[in-house]
Design a protein around this ligand. Structure first.
Ligand SMILES: [Zn+2]
Length: 262
């Protein structure tokens, strides 16, 4: 971000870490500027002026001022838009939140994200807090949308190498996580079954309207996700982390077999 004056941003608090004797630095996912680093002075003191407003996945509006030498932003004003306090009380949710926070911090960096995707994230944060059973499908659909929006992979309609139209015989490259055709594949590439492809397409096109609430429970219509697809997706996200971003997520250790530990 190049603006260093006083600016207003809206977004989510991601993970924070200690800074100096009593301060903290937080990654903040803003709609306007992607991930920015904000300093909360005195945030580790009891009764500090920020109180509990900077907790994970609270949605805030901030007035911040930049520091040219460090790319850190100081907070002048905080307005809490939506608190995630009640959701964070559940351990299951908290693990997902740590994972999602680290994932978003690594992937989004200084990219901005579209208002649509921001709203999708906002919806799933509160949905997984209420319905842990659909947390996985919510998170994976968000990650897929992010994958395509940030351009880490190409669409699933055309081969990333020869640009010919893709039929149902599609492969995933092990080096870059790209979708390619039968002619361009090499022996290392992963073959995608028709059912996995159709599940990936469904997840990608999933809109919040597909989550139908009835009186007792939540049902997801027209969407299913098999273990095979979960493993393929985990593969795609790992490939991007290792070979494109050169990172290993600490929170990967929260997972086994595609699902999260409780
Ligand atoms: Zn091709």
């Amino acid at each position: 971000m190049s603006a260093y004056g006083k600016i207003k941003v809206r977004g989510f608090v991601l993970t924070g870490f200690p800074f100096g004797e009593s301060h903290k630095i937080y990654n903040f996912l803003s709609i306007e500027h992607g991930i920015i680093k904000i300093v909360a002075h005195g945030a580790r003191k009891v009764g500090g002026k920020f109180g509990s407003s900077l907790e994970l996945f609270n949605e805030l509006e901030l007035v911040i001022t930049g520091n040219k030498s460090t790319d850190l932003y100081n907070i002048s004003e905080v307005t809490l838009i939506l608190s995630s306090h009640n959701i964070r009380q559940k351990l299951y949710t908290l693990n997902w939140f740590y994972y999602l926070s680290e994932f978003v911090s690594s992937w989004v960096s200084t990219h901005s994200i579209s208002a649509n995707l921001y709203n999708y994230l906002r919806n799933i944060i509160f949905l997984i807090g209420e319905h842990s059973d659909i947390a996985l499908i919510c998170i994976r659909s968000f990650q897929l949308k992010l994958l395509f929006e940030l351009g880490f992979t190409t669409d699933i309609k055309h081969c990333a190498l020869c640009t010919s139209e893709l039929s149902n015989d599609i492969y995933l490259t092990k080096r870059h996580g790209l979708f390619i055709c039968n002619k361009c594949k090499s022996h290392n590439d992963i073959s995608l079954s028709n059912s996995t492809l159709s599940e990936i397409r469904s997840l990608l096109n999933l809109s919040f309207d597909d989550f139908i609430l009835d009186t007792n429970d939540i049902n997801i219509y027209n969407v299913s996700i098999s273990n095979e697809t979960i493993l393929i997706l985990s593969n795609i996200f790992s490939i991007i982390n290792y070979t494109v971003l050169d990172k290993k997520l600490k929170t990967d250790s929260l997972f086994y077999g595609g699902d999260i530990k409780i």
